[in-house]
Write a protein that binds this ligand. Sequence first.
Ligand SMILES: C[S@@+](CC[C@H](N)C(=O)[O-])C[C@H]1O[C@@H](n2cnc3c(N)ncnc32)[C@H](O)[C@@H]1O
Length: 399
Amino acid sequence: MMVPQVARAVLKEACAVHPEIERAGDPFSGSGTILTESMMRGLAFFGTDINPLAARLCRVKSGPFFVEALGQKASEVVAHIDGDKRWAVEANFMNRDKWFRRDAQVALSKVRRAIRLEKSAWARRFFWVALAETVRATSNSRTSTFKLHIRTQEEVEGRDLDPIGVFKKVVVRNVQHLKDQASQLSEAGQLVRGHYQQDITVSLDDIRQSTDQPLCDIIVTSPPYGDNATTVPYGQYSYLPLQWIDLEDIGTNVDAGCLASTHEIDTRSLGGSKRVKKAEPDQIKERSPAFARYIGSLKDQPRDRAQRVTAFFRDLDGCLDPILKSLRSGGLMVWTLGNRKVGGKRVPLDKILAELLSAHGARLLCKLTRKISSKRMALKNNIADTMSSEAILVMRKAV
Ligand SMILES: C[S@@+](CC[C@H](N)C(=O)[O-])C[C@H]1O[C@@H](n2cnc3c(N)ncnc32)[C@H](O)[C@@H]1O
C-alpha cells in the first residue's frame, strides 16, 4: 500500500499546484489510505476494488460518523454477545474445522449473531470490519503472512484464544479511530451531522470492466505489483473473514462465487490467470521496449516465469484505458509501485508502466524512489523476491 504520509504529501503538493482539484480517484482502493487522505483534504473520491472486504472497509471509512450512537450500539452488541449461551455455529464453508478451532467457531458465532441483531446497516458494517480482524487473529492460519498458511496441530491446540476479547478490543480501538477521524473532519468543516460533505463512491468492481465512473481530477494509486500467487494474495487474506460476514451487508453486487475457493478472488485479480494468448506478448512489446528487454532476459529461465510476468502486464495494461477515461484531460496521476524480482531479475514495473501510459498519450513528469525500512511482504520463494524500495511515478494525462 501507499503509506498515509506519502499519500498526504502527494495530495498536499498536487492541490497546491492545482487548487482546482476536487475529486481524487484510486482504482485499486485496498484498505482506503488514499480515500482517508482525500477526505482530510475535503475532496470527493471515487474508488474501485475487486475485493469485497476492501470495498467494505473503504465504505466504512467514508462514514457516516455517528460516533455517539456507535458507542451506545457497541455496548449493546457486547451485551448480546455476553448474554448468548448458545453453542450453534453460524458459518458453513469448506474446511471450516481446518481453519477454526471449535471453541473459536462458537465464539465467532456469538459475535456474528449479535451483529445481526443490530438494526442499522451502517453500524452492522462497522462491526463486520471489527469481526473481520478478529477472524484473522483467531483462525488457525498464521498471521505473519497474507497467505493462508495453517499452523501445526500442536500450535493450534496450544493457543490461548479469546475471540470475544479480541473483538471487544478491536471495537474499542476502531470506535476511537472513527472518533479521531470525525473530529479532524469537523475541524476542517467537512462534517455536518455526521456526514462527510463531499461525494464518496467506492465500487466493488474489476477496474478493467468498470464503466460509468465519475471524472476525477487526480488519480493516486498503488496497483498490485505482480500476480497474487507470488506477491501479496489479497484474496486469500480476505477469504476467512468473508466467510463470517453477511455478504448482503457488503453491497448489492457481491458475487458469492468469489468465495468458491481460497484462490477465487486472487484468480479474478490482476495477473490471476496465467494463460497468455500468442499475440499478447508482442502487443505489449510494441508499446514497451523495457518489457521486451525484460522478457528477453528471462529466455533461459523456466517458461512459466515469462508467462507469469506477461499475464500480469497484459492485465495491468487492460486497466489503463478505464483509468485514463476516469481522469480529466491534463489530470495528474501518481502511481506508487512495489518492486520485485522474478527469477533473480528486478521487474522494471516503473519503466514498463510509464511506457504503457505514454502509449496512451500520458507524459512522465518525474519519478521518485522511496526506501522502505520494513513492510509486510509475501514470503520469499524461488520464483519471486520482494525488495525494500518503491518507485513513485508522477504522470500527466494528455490534454
Ligand atoms: C497494493 S493494493 C492497494 C493498496 C491501497 N492503495 C491501500 O492503501 O491499501 C492493490 C489492490 O488492488 C486490488 N485489485 C487487484 N486486481 C484488481 C482489479 N482487476 N480491479 C480492481 N482492483 C483490483 C486488490 O484487491 C488490492 O486491494
